[in-house]
Design a protein around this ligand. Structure first.
Ligand SMILES: Cc1ncc(COP(=O)(O)O)c(C=O)c1O
Length: 397
């Protein structure tokens, strides 16, 4: 089956044709997305003829301020929040840092300094929480996930204490794609301690899932433009108006004293355009991606029956692609932190010798070019209508 003609589309797509160089297939959109042409067109003037400091009172400044405000409105519309709740940052990492550090600094003395995070958070949350704990500034509880990579709301709630100031559980995972039931997690946290704040890292969800502080039941939400066809180096922390995280970058008092620094006007304008696109295309993109994911999984399941395959030794040779030009998100890192990965990535645990079959993979050491099929996503489920690894798209709004 590996030699199946069903893989020929990859060959055909990428064979250099008369006068045209081969185009790599880019499948690493969880790492970053290409800039959408509409986004590029929106931001380019701000790298050329348009300029100005949004804090300046003269015409150039006012024009830059208007552009930033307009972009902020678009981000707010996509994130389901008020414009004044959007704190523009240098990206998702800074947004996550501001959520954890800013909440701890603002509310720690009053509400406690206990943090709860899930084990499958992006390092921007996990490493920050660990750093705060190591520095003695916070107590930390890390909640593990189950075999499907899901975080149990009851497990999160049972980790919450009277002194829990913040719970952070991501909406969509950047490695295995699992979507958490954030509304249920937030409700369980509040039932246990109504004073605890809830943050979700929604960086991978913009343009893919419905967002909103109210709809998700959270107080804070992180976004990043470059995961949704916007530019790199710009993002936002959405913070409910009563949260007011303490600024971690101090200076001129921009962003209503919550994040200082002259705004990255071109980047912010691009973010606004990307957010607008995300809002407009979300439903059609989700349906199309879900369809493509099902189709690709079928293809792989039929072509590579019961085997984990290293792309470098299989797909790249089969498809005549240089491995450096084919980007597949390496899933190996999740093995460090996730119970699902630990239990499914070591074949010995399920009694299988490495490579002897089944859908479990080898431990993620070595080559990052390792293909991982979605867990528990058999063809039968999809035939029954479940088209995504974590079930049908949630509809919490
Ligand atoms: C879930 C998640 N959170 C945060 C980040 C960090 O975002 P940024 O690259 O904008 O700093 C990423 C980026 O990989 C991510 O996937």
């Amino acid at each position: 089956m590996v030699g199946s003609a069903r893989l020929d589309w990859l060959d055909v797509e990428h064979r250099p044709s008369a006068g045209r160089a081969a185009q790599p297939i880019y499948l690493d959109h969880a790492a970053t997305t290409p800039l959408d042409p509409e986004v590029r067109a929106a931001l380019l003037p701000w790298l050329g003829e348009l300029f100005g400091n949004p804090s300046s009172a003269h015409g150039h400044g006012r024009r830059a301020r208007a552009a930033v405000d307009d972009a902020r409105d678009r981000v707010a519309a996509a994130a389901g929040c008020a414009s004044r709740e959007v704190i523009l940052t240098s990206g998702g990492t800074e947004a996550d840092n501001l959520a954890l550090r800013g909440v701890l600094e603002r509310w720690g003395a009053e509400r406690g300094r206990h943090l709860v995070v899930s084990a499958i958070e992006h390092e921007a949350v996990l490493a920050t929480a660990q750093r705060l704990a190591e520095a003695g500034r916070a107590d930390l509880t890390v909640v593990d996930c189950d075999r499907q990579g899901r975080i149990d709301p009851a497990a999160v709630a049972s980790a919450v204490r009277p002194d829990t100031v913040l719970v952070s559980v991501m909406l969509a995972n950047n490695e295995v794609g699992t979507v958490q039931d954030v509304p249920a997690i937030a409700a369980a946290v509040r039932a246990r301690n109504p004073r605890s704040l809830v943050h979700t890292d929604a960086v991978q969800a913009l343009g893919r899932l419905p967002l909103g502080l109210g709809a998700l039941g959270v107080d804070l939400l992180s976004l990043s433009a470059h995961k949704a066809y916007g530019p790199q180096g710009v993002g936002a922390l959405v913070a409910g108006h009563a949260v007011f995280p303490a600024a971690q970058i101090t200076g001129g008092g921009q962003e209503r004293e919550r994040r200082s620094g002259t705004e990255n006007v071109a980047g912010v304008v691009g973010f606004g355009a990307a957010a607008e696109l995300a809002r407009r295309r979300q439903e059609t993109d989700a349906a199309e991606l879900s369809h493509l994911a099902g189709w690709l999984t079928d293809l792989l399941m039929e072509s590579v029956p019961g085997r984990w395959r290293s792309l470098s030794s299989w797909a790249c040779s089969r498809c005549r692609l240089r491995s450096s030009s084919l980007a597949i998100a390496p899933a190996a890192w999740s093995a460090r932190t996730c119970a699902w990965s630990r239990s499914t990535s070591v074949e010995g645990r399920s009694g299988l010798a490495p490579g002897s079959g089944g859908r479990s993979g080898e431990e993620g050491a070595g080559s990052p070019w390792r293909w991982r099929l979605p867990p528990r996503w058999p063809t039968a489920d999809r035939a029954a209508g479940d088209r995504s690894p974590s079930g049908p798209l949630p509809t919490w709004r």
